[in-house]
Structures are given as structure tokens and as C-alpha cells.
Design a protein around this ligand. Structure first.
Ligand code: F6P
Length: 345
């Protein structure tokens, strides 16, 4: 029996509440642990901002988006701080034996450092971007893809009515998973991903070829991190970076809209889906994956499997080293893009 602290860090993601519920239900009822939830990611650890979690107060959250604990991009090691010493002190003061952080590469990167310094940690990977190494899939991705696909379906009908080119921008940071999946599922005519720098002239030629065969509209799905082959990232952000040094992406679709309209003469409109892809209720797939991750993470903690994270391998949940979470990001499978290309232009 142990007292386990949990937290959700980084961008929120549909399925976080299902993980929390899974950890609490299995932790308390099956293993006899007590579970404490830190508020707003690592910020809650640094400020001792926490709340007792029970099967009762985590009931009814399975289907809810966001995270009941709140989230932040706080980095306990920012500006050379001794994050390990601070986290250890807070754990000791509150009688916490182990941590289960739920997050992406940044949150799990902190978990990896703590584990390296001897703090008992088991990680749970999350991100809508699906770009974390070590796990085949992250929960939240399926929901984001479904939301983006629904949007592409809707844009199809209005594009057709007005003979327009629709440019739809999706999230994903430097990986094109959301763009490729929603583009394939939604029947996009062009899909632009960060892994394949694009030539705007070729994009326009492809649209013109399609319209030359009698089609009157086109759908372009672009990942926020897509880059032209003659330049770097295009964003409408301020260029500021977060506590982990990430620049804010978003806005490339605005440039594409202008370029496509100017070069082809086809009327073009832009839709940036943004945080809509992260909000709302998780799909059944994400609820199940997140629940399995939560239950397995607390099992790993009960067995003292420190320094690991739960991961989906094929159809099984396995434990892998936490260092895998911060290894090179899992980029889009080129074979998937080859499949998507069959339907371009
Ligand atoms: O990593 C998830 C993600 O939604 C990315 O796709 C996106 O670039 C980023 O987070 C947005 O972050 P924020 O919520 O800080 O704007």
C-alpha cells in the first residue's frame, strides 16, 4: 500500500480523465493505495497544490474531455533549477511514495530526469499528435482525427456548392499523423505534412489538374507544422516559446489560401481547426486505451517497475523505459503517405 501522486501536464487531450479514473479505481479498490492529484501539472507539485482522489470524487468523468486536475507547461528544471530536490521535498512533506505523471515528451522528460535521480516514477504517455516514440498510439489522437474528419466532411459540401478550394489546417506539431489520417478519412485532394516539405507551385498544379478533369472544388488538409521546400515554418504566432522551448505553431493555412487563390484563380477559403481538436468528449477508442493505460500504470507502480511508461504495442499494453518517451519523435509512416498520394490531384 502506497500513497501515489498523479498529475496531467502539457496540452490537454481527450482521455485524460479516463486515465485518472482508471488509476484511482484500480489503485484504491484493487491495490489499497491512496491517490493524490496535483493541480496543473508540475506547477501543482512545486506549489503543493493537491487534492485527495477517491473512487467517489472521480466517478462520472470517463466521458469528459479536458482534465479534472488542470494542466500546465510548467518545467521544474527551468533556468537550471534543481527540480529533483524540490519534487523530493514536496513528496516527503506530503508522504507521497511515488508519482504517475501523465503527459507528452516534456512532462515525461521531467519524469525521466526524476527517475534517473532515484524518484519512483511510472509514466503515462498522452498527446493528440501521436508523435511519442515507444508507443504505437497515444490516446487523444483518435478523437482529434475524428473531429478533423467531421470538419473535412462538412467543408466538402460547402466547397462543392461554391466551387471553392478549402484549406483546412490541423494540429500535430512536427508530425503529420492528424493531417494524414483525417485527410485520408475525409478524402482530401492534397495533404501537406511536416515530413514532406512542399512545393507551392506543385500544390497548385495538382489542384489545376484535378479541376481540369471537371471537378469544381478541392480540399487541402495541411498540418500546422508543414514547411515549404524553400523555407522554414510559417506561423502567425508571436514567435515566443513555452517553458520547454517550443515555438507556437499555427497559421500556415492563411498563407496557403492566399497563394492558391493568386496562383490558380480559384476562389479559396481557410479553416483553422485549432483547439477544437483537443476539446470535448473522447471517442470510445480513446476511453478504452486511456483506461487500460491508467490501470496498467498503477499495476506497474504496485510492482515497483520504476522508470517505465505504459505503451501500446500492437494490441497489448507493455512497459517500456521512460527514456523512450523523449527519444526522437515518431514521425509519419512514409508508407501511409504513399497511400494518401494515390488520391491527390
Ligand atoms: O501537442 C499538442 C498540441 O495541441 C499541438 O498539436 C499544438 O501545436 C500545441 O499542442 C498547441 O499548444 P497550446 O495549447 O499551448 O496552444
Amino acid at each position: 500500500m502506497a500513497r501515489i501522486g498523479i498529475l496531467t501536464g502539457g496540452g490537454d487531450c481527450p482521455g485524460l480523465n479516463a486515465v485518472i479514473r482508471g488509476i484511482v479505481r484500480a489503485g484504491v479498490n484493487r491495490h489499497g493505495h491512496s491517490i493524490v492529484g496535483f493541480r496543473y501539472g508540475w506547477a501543482g507539485v512545486l506549489n503543493s497544490n493537491m487534492t485527495e482522489l477517491t473512487p467517489q470524487n472521480t466517478a462520472g468523468i470517463l466521458h469528459r474531455g479536458g482534465t479534472i486536475l488542470g494542466s500546465s507547461r510548467t518545467n521544474p528544471y527551468k533556468d537550471g533549477a534543481d527540480g529533483t530536490a524540490i519534487v523530493r521535498r514536496i513528496m516527503e512533506q506530503n508522504g507521497i511514495d511515488a508519482l504517475i505523471p501523465i503527459g507528452g515528451e516534456d512532462t515525461l522528460g521531467v519524469a525521466g530526469k526524476l527517475s534517473h535521480d532515484g524518484v519512483p516514477v511510472v509514466g503515462v504517455p498522452k498527446t493528440i499528435d501521436n508523435d511519442l516514440a515507444g508507443t504505437d498510439v497515444t490516446f487523444g489522437f483518435n478523437t482529434a482525427v475524428q473531429i478533423a474528419t467531421d470538419a473535412v466532411d462538412r467543408l466538402h459540401t460547402t466547397a462543392e456548392s461554391h466551387n471553392r478550394v478549402m484549406v483546412v489546417e490541423v494540429m500535430g506539431r512536427h508530425a503529420g499523423w492528424i493531417a494524414a489520417y483525417s485527410g485520408i478519412a475525409g478524402g482530401a485532394d492534397v495533404i501537406l505534412v511536416p515530413e514532406r516539405p512542399f512545393d507551392i507551385a506543385e500544390v497548385c498544379r495538382s489542384i489545376e489538374r484535378r479541376h481540369g478533369t471537371g471537378r469544381t472544388f478541392s480540399i487541402v488538409v495541411v498540418s500546422e507544422g508543414a514547411v515549404p521546400d524553400d523555407g522554414g515554418e510559417i506561423t502567425t504566432g508571436s514567435g515566443q516559446v513555452d517553458a520547454f522551448g517550443h515555438v507556437r505553431l499555427g497559421g500556415i493555412a492563411v498563407t496557403l489560401e492566399r497563394e492558391i487563390e493568386e496562383r490558380t484563380g480559384f476562389e479559396t477559403r481557410v479553416t483553422i481547426l485549432g483547439h477544437v481538436q483537443r476539446g470535448g468528449t473522447p471517442t470510445a477508442y480513446d476511453r478504452v486505451l486511456a483506461t487500460r493505460f491508467g490501470v496498467h500504470a498503477v499495476e506497474a507502480a504496485s510492482e515497483g517497475q520504476w522508470g517505465t511508461m505504459v505503451a501500446l504495442k500492437g494490441t497489448d499494453i507493455e512497459l517500456v523505459g521512460l527514456e523512450q518517451a523523449v527519444a526522437a519523435p515518431k514521425l509519419l509512416d512514409p508508407e501511409l503517405y504513399r497511400t494518401a498520394e494515390v488520391f491527390f490531384g
